[in-house]
Ligand binder design. Structure first.
Ligand SMILES: CC(C)(COP(=O)(O)OP(=O)(O)OC[C@H]1O[C@@H](n2cnc3c(N)ncnc32)[C@H](O)[C@@H]1OP(=O)(O)O)[C@@H](O)C(=O)NCCC(=O)NCCS
Length: 197
């Protein structure tokens, strides 16, 4: 089935996750080269567990998951999600994974994060998006800094991994900071509602 595009950048687009993506996501989540960088995951996942996680995340009001699709062929290279969405205080936690490692360091994670934030701030109307990142994940930290996330905190000795304790950094970005820094693909959309407004 052809996958619809939700938001399009220059080199990547965001679309919905689809059933056929499960095996790919399952491969990524059991790849230690990938999971060593994740705050929330470090264990063996069965296919059923991954299926449950995706099913729940796709249904829950507190989660919004996107597939990261490489243009122009829409190859699925990763996922980006807004989690723990708080609809009263209008904040959420961002998570991202480019599972196909050959695409790391090409600016694609930065672009996908900007698209997800555009959706969060200009479609969902969120006020703030935050994230947690392992202190040693220099690539991700640099990517988030480029996007405009600010360092706002540090959870000391928060995660035990590889035989020692590591700090976790907290970063966040506000709606107005994002919109000052980035042109919005959402606002550039040619929709009738914008014309009649
Ligand atoms: C984190 C991730 C989404 C970033 O996406 P990406 O496409 O690889 O990142 P980008 O190319 O957009 O940006 C990475 C930046 O970090 C820089 N970088 C890479 N390795 C670095 C290092 N060891 N130290 C400092 N900077 C580094 C790159 O040079 C680039 O900066 P530049 O554009 O100024 O040169 C992706 O690498 C990924 O999914 N990694 C595995 C899972 C993960 O870490 N998820 C995030 C968990 S919080």
């Amino acid at each position: 089935m052809k996958r619809p595009i939700i938001l399009k950048g220059k080199r990547v687009a965001l679309g919905p996750l689809m059933k056929d993506d499960l095996d790919r996501c399952w491969r990524w989540i059991n790849d230690k080269q990938v999971t060593q960088y994740l705050v929330g995951f470090f264990r063996v996942y069965t296919r059923e567990m991954e299926e449950d996680w995706i099913d729940r995340a796709l249904r829950a009001k507190e989660d919004l998951l996107f597939a990261i699709l490489l243009l122009p062929d829409l190859q699925h290279i990763g996922n980006v999600g807004l989690h723990k969405i708080n609809w009263v205080n209008r904040n959420a936690e961002l998570g991202i994974i480019i599972g196909e490692k050959e695409y790391w360091n090409q600016g694609l994670g930065t672009e996908a994060t900007i698209l997800a934030l555009d959706y969060a701030f200009n479609i969902m109307g969120l006020k703030s998006v935050y994230l947690r990142v392992m202190e040693y994940n220099k690539r991700a930290i640099r990517c988030y800094e480029k996007v405009g996330f600010k360092h706002v905190g540090r959870l000391r000795s928060h995660i035990f991994r590889g035989g020692r304790w590591w700090d976790v950094l907290i970063m966040d970005i506000l709606n107005e900071e994002f919109n000052e820094k980035h042109p919005s693909a959402v606002k550039a959309m040619n929709l009738d509602i914008f014309e009649s407004a």
